[in-house]
Structures are given as structure tokens and as C-alpha cells.
Design a protein around this ligand. Structure first.
Ligand SMILES: C[S@@+](CC[C@H](N)C(=O)[O-])C[C@H]1O[C@@H](n2cnc3c(N)ncnc32)[C@H](O)[C@@H]1O
Length: 274
């Protein structure tokens, strides 16, 4: 199989560029699925009214907005300026700001609670981000994050991975941590404990993406993926067409009654600062 060299300067810059481009369509795709983790994330940190809460990697702001609705004093950060702008447009009145999860611009002990919805798997240095979340919490403060489970349990990543393996060239992406590192509950727990968290719990969220048909799966691939988009961009037109056809055919298996359901499970890890 042919190997194609990376074309992005760094993983972090590729992610920032990618999320900046995807901000306007995020809520039509990933946002519809990540919304299912908002309640469980806030429940996992036991969010109470009037606490100072930090949403890390806030995207278009759904987690921050629900935390504010529950009465928390909310700050939310993201490193993609168009995401911050979209969040401000959707939820005026919440303190959204530009910020880096790996170098939080807040003093030690600033927050009572913090959470990161589906950001950790996109970070160049997730261990540093966990330590940063721990640093900005007061003693006793709680933190939780979610990540996607990988194949074989995750329908979308399994189908797309198999289609690329069968029809595409191998692409060398900029060096980055494994995308599904924290999908392993033991690894999620180990990383949380290494960052200093106690009482760590890890559980699965059986999220499902309800869609109209296989075309929605292809649209997601095209409009809302990051590493997959980088891999597909580097394929020949012919290979890309064969990958798309395999994804479309495979997605017909997601039919359930009158609609389609894509199993999109997640892992939720939570802990407390001593
Ligand atoms: C999959 S989206 C999740 C958005 C939102 N939390 C949700 O659950 O829908 C990942 C987000 O992480 C942000 N992100 C990635 N790396 C980051 C970093 N180093 N610092 C801050 N935000 C980052 C991206 O810009 C993007 O908005």
C-alpha cells in the first residue's frame, strides 16, 4: 500500500484550522451527538447552582449553556476563534473566551468544577490538559471529560476505518496521540489519577446518532471530521470515490425501522481534586 507524507505543520495547528472551518456546521453534525453527553457530564461533577464552572474546549457552547441554565457561574474557553464566536452568537450573556486547554489562563484554584466535552481526544498533550484542569480547580472541585469509544463498538469509526483500510492509501498524519487512547477505561482512569484526581469513575455512555439515511454519514465524514478529513484529502480522486461508496453501502446496515441509527458510544471519566 502506498504511504503519503503529512502536509500539516503540526497536529495542533491542523486541529485549530479544522475546527475553525467547521464551526458554522458543527451543530448540524457533531453537536447533535455531543448534546447527549451534556447532562451526564454535569451530573458527573454534581454541578450545583452558584458554583464557578469552567467549560474547556467549549465548541459552540451547549455544555456551558446548560451549566448556566442550572445556575452555575460559567466561563467557557476554546482555541478556535470561530467556535467562540458561534458560541457567543448562540448563547449571549455567557463568558466565552479564546483559550488553550493545555495552558489555561486562570490562577490556581479558580473554579469549583470543570468539564471537557469531547476535547481531550483532540489535544496534542492531553496529560498536560488534565493537569491544567486539576490546577485551576479548588480543593474538592470536580472535573469530568468525555471521549468517543473507538471501533469495533463505534459504528461510524468502524465503518469509515474499514472503508479507508480497504480502498485508500496509508497517510502519515502529523504526529499526535492515539485518538482512542482514553476509550480504554483503564487508561482514562490512569491518566486522571496521574493528573492528581481522586475518586475516579469511568463509565460508558451509549449515545446514538439518529439520521435519515446513508447520505448523512457521508456528509458527516466530509463536513465534521478532523483526522479522517486529513486522510481523505490526501487520497486520489479514484480512491476517495471508492471509500465514499464503501461508506455509503456500509451505512445501509444502520437501518432501524423507518429511520437509521448509528451507535456512537462515549466514555465519561470523572474525578475530584483532593
Ligand atoms: C469535538 S469539539 C467539542 C466541542 C464541545 N465541547 C462539544 O462537546 O460539542 C472539540 C473542540 O475542542 C477545541 N479544541 C481543540 N484543541 C483545543 C485546545 N488545545 N484548547 C482549546 N480548545 C481546543 C476545538 O476547537 C473544538 O471546538
Amino acid at each position: 500500500m502506498e504511504t503519503i507524507e503529512p502536509n500539516a505543520a503540526s497536529f495542533k495547528e491542523a486541529e485549530r484550522t479544522g475546527w475553525s472551518e467547521k464551526a458554522p456546521v458543527y451543530d448540524d453534525f457533531a453537536g447533535r451527538i455531543t448534546a447527549g453527553a451534556v447532562g451526564p457530564l454535569l451530573d458527573a461533577i454534581g454541578l450545583q447552582p452558584d458554583v464557578a464552572f469552567l467549560d474547556i474546549c467549549c465548541g459552540t457552547g451547549a455544555l456551558a449553556a446548560e451549566a448556566a441554565r442550572r445556575g452555575a457561574d460559567v466561563t467557557a474557553i476554546d482555541f478556535a476563534a470561530p467556535m467562540v464566536a458561534e458560541a457567543e452568537r448562540r448563547f449571549p450573556g455567557i463568558a466565552f473566551a479564546h483559550g488553550d486547554a493545555e495552558a489555561l489562563d486562570f490562577p490556581d484554584g479558580s473554579f469549583d468544577a470543570a468539564a471537557c466535552g469531547f476535547g481531550v481526544l483532540h489535544l496534542a498533550d492531553p496529560d498536560r490538559a488534565l493537569m491544567e484542569a486539576h490546577r485551576v480547580l479548588r480543593s474538592g472541585g470536580r472535573y469530568a471529560f468525555t471521549v468517543w469509544k473507538g471501533p469495533p463498538d463505534h459504528d461510524f469509526f468502524r465503518l469509515v476505518g474499514e472503508a479507508i483500510a480497504a480502498h485508500g492509501a496509508t497517510v502519515e498524519l502529523p504526529p499526535a496521540p492515539p485518538m482512542f487512547r482514553f476509550a480504554d477505561p483503564d487508561e482514562a482512569r490512569r491518566a486522571m489519577e496521574a493528573a492528581g484526581f481522586a475518586d475516579v469513575t469511568v463509565r460508558e455512555l451509549p449515545l446514538v446518532w439518529a439520521i435519515d439515511g446513508p447520505r448523512d454519514v457521508l456528509a458527516y465524514v466530509e463536513k465534521c471530521t478532523m483526522r479522517i478529513a486529513m486522510v481523505l484529502d490526501r487520497q486520489t480522486e479514484d480512491a476517495r470515490a471508492r471509500i465514499h461508496a464503501a461508506i455509503f453501502d456500509g451505512a445501509t446496515a444502520f437501518r432501524r425501522g423507518d429511520g437509521y441509527e448509528v451507535a456512537w458510544p462515549a466514555i465519561l471519566a470523572a474525578g475530584r481534586k483532593r
